[in-house]
Design a protein around this ligand. Structure first.
Ligand SMILES: C[S@@+](CC[C@H](N)C(=O)[O-])C[C@H]1O[C@@H](n2cnc3c(N)ncnc32)[C@H](O)[C@@H]1O
Length: 272
């Protein structure tokens, strides 16, 4: 029996969600104690997009365990977290309760949001590790456009497609294309939170999206680009041993001594 890519990925995310939650990426106890999960890069993109989030209707796309949803809600936003993994959403609901924060949570494929959510949001927010699961970037951007109210904004902070190509640096091995070329199947029992984690549903299907393809998909979905920034550092160690922590505390992945692009941030608006 052939399993559809979406189902394969959903099973993998169920298993990952089960093991995530008390690790170096997802420190639930710190969150419950009041810590914000938003990084400086995410905060900067939010500031550029909307200034303060207080009072805004926010949809957090692919919200996983809801850490950023909770952090945005604590800043005064009314947050709807969307994900296709019921395990993620159950953990997000339990965490929100412990944090005494109200969240709305919706279980759905991000490319097919339900009609009752359309046109409702001031801000659509998605971060690191959202787009590699999406086969149809045009459908993702159209969903964003349709979820936003006229005048609403998208904040996307994402892994740069350049660093996503790199499997190892010594020797230099690339295991992912820069541009979209269809599905790539990976079989990996670990997760970015713990490379030694032993999850059961190990297979995933992932897709490359170049920066140009992402921007063009936004434009084609009738979103107006307002800001695009690339960074050669990140504050979290998503790449295990590949990226080194440097004296300023930031992680960089260097090739020939030069830091490669690690992240990009994008702000785009649905026309008023
Ligand atoms: C790397 S995590 C995102 C992490 C998130 N940025 C955070 O701060 O925790 C990717 C999330 O995308 C979700 N996901 C993947 N494909 C999806 C789809 N087609 N529809 C909805 N959610 C999806 C997964 O369940 C997972 O929670």
């Amino acid at each position: 029996m052939t399993i559809e890519p979406l189902d394969l990925n959903r099973r993998n995310w169920h298993d990952r969600a089960r093991v995530h939650g008390q690790d170096r990426f997802y420190d639930s106890e710190a969150l419950v104690a009041g810590a914000s999960s938003l990084t400086q890069v995410e905060e900067e993109a939010l500031r550029r997009a909307v200034g303060e989030v207080g009072g805004l209707e926010v949809i957090h796309l692919q919200c996983h365990l809801g850490f950023d949803s909770i952090s945005l809600a604590r800043a005064g936003a009314h947050v709807t977290g969307l994900d296709f993994s019921p395990v993620s959403l159950a953990k997000a609901a339990a965490l929100a309760e412990r944090c005494r924060v109200d969240l709305s949570l919706v279980e759905v494929d991000v490319c097919h949001p339900p009609s009752n959510l359309l046109g409702r949001f001031d801000l659509a927010y998605a971060t690191i590790g959202a787009l590699c699961w999406i086969g149809d970037i045009d459908a993702w951007m159209t969903a964003v456009h349709d979820l936003l109210r006229p005048g609403g904004s998208l904040v996307l902070v994402e892994t740069h497609p350049f660093q996503a190509m790199i499997d190892t640096t010594d020797p230099l091995v690339l295991d992912f294309p820069y541009c979209f070329d269809g599905p790539h199947v990976f079989d990996n029992p670990g997760s970015y939170t713990d490379r030694a984690a032993r999850i059961q549903a190990t297979k995933t299907v992932q897709y490359a999206h170049s920066l140009g393809e992402v921007v063009t998909a936004a434009i084609d979905a009738v979103l107006v680009m307002r800001w695009l920034a690339e960074r050669t550092d990140e504050s979290r160690d998503y790449r295990g041993d590949l990226a080194g922590r440097e004296p300023d505390g930031q992680y960089r992945l260097r090739l020939g001594g030069e830091p490669v692009p690690m992240l990009y941030s994008l702000v785009a608006d649905r026309p008023a």
